[in-house]
Structures are given as C-alpha cells and as structure tokens.
Design a protein. Structure first.
Length: 369
C-alpha cells in the first residue's frame, strides 16, 4: 500500500472562484474547496456537491459556521455564492462531528486572524493528517479534549512536501477480502490504532489478527462467528466498512445485527446481497443477518463506493460469475483496487466502462499488500 504517485500543486496564480457544476456534482468532497477559497480569495460560487447516494448529507454544518465567520451566502437556482470582506475568528460549534465540515472550517481558520475554535470536531485519522500537513506549512493548530481544535491564524502558508497517510478503509477492505475467502494477508504501512474497533470485531469473529507498529496481519478463521456492531464516528466502527463487513456476516455462523447510525440510507447494498442468496432482513436502520453456507453469483448493482467493494468481496467467494454494474463508484473510490486484488489471486475484470465481473478465487487470498 505504498504511495507511488506524486501530485504537485501550484496555486501561485489562483484567481478563479467559480467552480464548474459538473465537477462539483461528481463527488461529495468537492465542497472542501469552500474554506480554502474563502480564505484565499474571499468568495466562491458553486453548486451543491454530489457523491454517493447514501442518505441526506446536507452541508448545513458548513454553511452555518461560515456565516458565523462573517460570510454572506446567497442561493439562486441551486447555485450558491459565498463572499466575505474578511473572515472572522469565532467559536464554532458542530452539532455533529462532521469530517467534511471540520476540514473545511479548519482550512479557512488557519488564515483567519485571531483564534478560531472548532467544538465537537471530528478527529478521524484523516483530519489529524490534514492538521499535520497544515502545521508543516506554517499553521498553528492544537487539539484538546474534548474534541476541540484551536487555531491561531497566520498571514500565509508556505509550500511543503508531504506523504499522505495510507487509506485505512482500503486496508480494511483487503482484510475482509482475505477473511471472507479463508486466506491470509499482510497489510504494511498502516497504523493498527486507526482500525481498533474494526480489528476487534474481526478477532471476535475468530480471525487471527496480529499487529505491529505499522503492520497488520490476518489469518482467516475456518468457521467464523457472526458478530453485531453499530457504526459511529472515529474511534467507533467506520461507516465506510459497514458494507464490506456485512458480507462477512452473511457467511458467518449464527446471526448478527448491524446498525447504521451515521447515514440513514446506507443499507441499500443488502438488497443486492439478497440477490446472491444472503439472508438479510431490514428493520429501519438495522440489518438482521442469518449466516448461510454459500453465496451465488448473479447480476448486481453497486449504488455507492463502499457497496461496490462489498459486492466485489461477495463475488470473490460466490459460486459462479458475478457481474457488477455501477463500476464508476468502484473506480473513483479506490485506486487500482481491481489490479491489487488480481495480484492477490482474484479473478476480476472491468469488461465495460460501466460494469465489472468477479469470479470465485481459489478460496483464499494469500499475499502481501
């Protein structure tokens, strides 16, 4: 999982504050240009961001707090224009520890004169990674308990070179692929503490987990046990690993209950797993799962990024061929995951721009990432 790609950014001549609506609607994270552009140019024009359809994901937490910082926001025909003559340092309170809102306000706050506080901030590893690079660029930031970020504004940031942390969600996906197929896997350059609750649940299932300073290994249990869990902000069980973990419960001995507490519409993938003979009953935000001995390949639809990974994992162990449409989610959410899985022995091919096929592998994925 080593980083091999380099992105160089030169914002010396940045003047454009109008964000193309097509670009904005491709992914949820596009809203994160709001904070930097308000701090740099004092204005931005954009549309509501797109991304995975996993329930209501309003940007209210962003908007409310930018208004507190002195930003005037006008909406017309789904376009928003935000402008300020100068950001004001404030005590900002998040009703929910939103990762996106925390990051947006953080990037605005570092160039805002005075002391900005973000209360009930998200402190996911990705947020802490952002804080690290900002401090390396000259920002003055500290985190204090409970869940508070304190920012002392600086006049400018300076260029730097930085290695972004590896993707803990991709690491979790590999661990689950090995667990479901009865294999072994070694994940390098990954801090185990970024996945504590997830790893605990894998151990509870009977899988053998070993952790070192930056290495995680898994040896799959022969007869994994079903476990229940509820998603939560970090350090709880990651909502982005809920869908792949559901596949593991579908093939485990016993019954399990999965409760999705972060997004209200993030159990849609269960309907596709049912097509593969999984025994799942939905009750609001909960999925009640009874383990089965086998899944069967069929045509299914990936409705979001994590659902695509879940269906790929299911396809690796299912009898027959699985054809997954909606592959654009898979491609935008993971960097060459299909190729990495092929190196582990998976039989997976993107057959069109909109679909991929997965055939059962030799029952186990055994290799090193």
């Amino acid at each position: 999982m080593k980083n091999t790609k380099i992105l160089e950014i030169d914002a010396t001549s940045l003047e454009n504050y109008c964000i193309d609506h097509i670009t904005m609607r491709k992914m949820r994270a596009s809203v994160l240009v709001m904070g930097p552009l308000l701090a740099r140019l004092g204005r931005i024009t954009f549309t509501y961001p797109g991304g995975c359809v996993i329930g209501a994901r309003p940007i209210d937490y962003h908007i409310k707090n930018f208004k507190r910082m002195g930003v005037l926001i006008h909406e017309e025909d789904s376009f928003l224009t935000a402008a300020t003559s100068g950001l004001q340092a404030k005590r900002l309170v998040l009703e929910y520890p939103s990762v996106g809102a925390t990051e947006n306000l953080l990037m605005a706050g570092v160039l805002t004169p005075g002391t900005t506080q973000i209360i009930n901030a998200a402190l996911e590893p990705e947020v802490l990674d952002l804080i690290t690079i900002l401090k390396q660029m000259g920002a003055k930031i500290q985190t204090v308990t409970p869940a508070t970020i304190i920012i002392e504004g600086v006049e400018q940031l300076h260029p730097t070179t930085y290695t972004v942390m590896n993707d803990r969600l991709e690491a979790g996906t590999f661990l689950l692929a090995a667990a479901v197929t009865g294999g072994e896997v070694v994940i390098r350059d990954m801090l185990p503490e970024h996945l504590d609750v997830f790893l605990f649940k894998l151990e509870e299932m009977g899988h053998i987990i070993k952790t070192y300073s930056n290495v995680i290994t898994l040896k799959a249990a022969k007869y994994p046990r079903a476990v229940s869990f509820k998603t939560a902000p970090f350090p709880g069980f990651p909502t982005d690993l809920q869908a792949p973990m559901m596949v593991a419960q579908c093939l485990a001995e016993g019954t399990s209950v999965i409760e999705e507490s972060v997004y209200e519409n993030r159990l849609v993938h269960s309907l596709e797993l049912q097509k593969m003979s999984a025994q799942i009953k939905l009750e609001g935000s909960r999925a009640l799962i009874t383990g089965v001995n086998e899944l069967y390949g069929t045509d299914v639809i990936a409705t979001d990024i994590r659902a695509s990974a879940a269906l790929v994992i299911a396809g690796l162990v299912a009898h027959g061929r699985t054809v997954i449409s909606g592959v654009h989610h898979f491609k935008r959410g993971y960097d060459g995951l299909d190729e990495k899985l092929r190196k582990l022995g998976a039989k997976i091919n993107i057959i069109q721009t909109s679909s991929l096929t997965v055939a059962p592998c030799n029952k186990s994925l055994i290799d090193r990432i």
